[in-house]
Design a protein around this ligand. Structure first.
Ligand code: NFA
Length: 102
């Protein structure tokens, strides 16, 4: 029998190839209109940042034009981008959120 040695057969196990998933950075982009408090709220709500870390990242984006919110597998990153873009649009802010392969 192929994988059950209860009958005494020789069992050969093929080692299945494990591969680590590709990781994706989720980024926020600066603009001139989205309120700082709104961006801070996004980082707290969707990226589970504490208040101080959220403000640090928001100010980094404000001063440098772009900043990292987190690193996720493809599906999770895509979900975060969609959630942030929908939330910003609903509040009529032009905030942009994108993902990039690491
Ligand atoms: N630059 C925006 C402002 O001065 C704040 C902001 C920060 C927007 C980070 C987008 C991302 N109101």
């Amino acid at each position: 029998s192929d994988n059950n040695d209860s009958d005494g057969d020789v069992v050969t196990k093929t080692r299945s190839r494990t591969k680590r998933p590709s990781m994706y950075r989720v980024l926020l982009l600066n603009d001139d209109y989205t309120p700082m408090e709104f961006v801070t709220h996004i980082l707290e709500r969707f990226f589970n940042k504490g208040r101080e870390e959220a403000i640090r990242i928001m100010l980094h984006v404000h001063h440098h034009g772009v900043g990292e919110c987190g690193v996720f597998t493809y599906e999770v990153a895509e979900t975060k981008v969609t959630q942030v873009m929908d939330f910003a649009r609903r509040h009529q802010h032009p905030l942009q959120c994108v993902m990039e392969k690491k």
